[in-house]
Design a protein around this ligand. Sequence first.
Ligand code: SAM
Length: 380
Amino acid sequence: MAIAKLPTLVPPDLVGAPEALPDEPADVPLQLCRDLLIDALGGLAGAPTVAVLRQALDALRDRLGEPGDPIYAGREAGQVRFSAAYLEGEFAQIGGALTIERARYYVDRLRRAAAVERTGAINEINLNRWKEYDDILTDSLWMIDRRDSSGVHTADYWGNFIPQIPNQLMRRYTRRGDWVIDPFAGSGTTLIEGQRLGRNTLGVDLQPQMVERVRSLVSAEPNRHGAISHVSTGDSTTTDFRALLEGHGARSAQLAILHPPYHDIIHFSDDPRDLSNSLSITEFLRLMGRVVENVAPALDRGRYLALVIGDKYARGEWSPLGFLTMNEVQERGFLLKSIVVKNIDGTAGKRNQKELWRYRALAGGFYVFKHEYLFLFKKR
Ligand SMILES: C[S@@+](CC[C@H](N)C(=O)[O-])C[C@H]1O[C@@H](n2cnc3c(N)ncnc32)[C@H](O)[C@@H]1O
């Protein structure tokens, strides 16, 4: 049975009309009356044979092709939003089922998706509609080739991470209104992204000029959820993050994102407290341990700490900085949940050096870095 593509059935005045919230599926073009949809699906489930069920499915598809059909409700309560692609996929499975039992199983699944929101304990992902979240990464290899440069995000702070990293982490591990700590705030990527997603953020950075810059960036970014984006100058090896949270009436944070210097690969400042000025890797690791010890008491149990870090190569030797730092976090009682490898295909500056690095690699018997790590830990 041929099933027409749903997007062509969507009434033009409703396409893209509802503004998709960041935790909702990215593509949300269909806004339907929940009760009428559930009734129609009930009709499908009651069909005695696959042939009858397919006829009822065709009738439902015809209704969805009718802009005036009451199944397209206005913008009042009692509605459910579905991406056209998701609905199309479900209809294809229902219509393609070879037995009535299988078809009813798919219909019931769609009915549950329409009727019940089942969000995870630490995020707002509706697990009854998990197929719609295809932009949320769940594999341990992240290949992200384009930086999100929308809004006030810029790439001009050497050593900042791409906004997709805090975006993925916050959508996976927090809910709206939660608090996120970033002890190496830099140019404020986490804070900007948090503000967009309605997460409160607490950033600390050693460099006062970066803190000023972050303040002006977050104040230029729309704040439609009324999130708090607090950033202050400080040394995260001595910062009391709980006290900072209390200053905003919060008792704890629900996620920590740590993106420290990768030891001395980039010198961020002349401040001797700057981790990029650590005289050795041993010293760097000791200071990272202190940062983790300061962040840990402010984080709720069962919540996540994400560490974003790469390795370094110096004096003919590869130093597994990522794994060494991972050990420091584990030694402080955190449970390792995942190791994600993310591509780093380089900034424009690095691209210019590509050939030189390739020559060095060929001559020196090593491989050029193309990846960094995201370590995900859970507080026990
Ligand atoms: C890799 S960058 C973080 C970039 C950030 N994720 C962003 O997207 O802009 C590391 C930051 O750590 C800061 N830093 C280094 N040592 C610090 C310390 N002891 N306390 C607080 N911040 C520190 C540096 O100033 C730098 O901005």
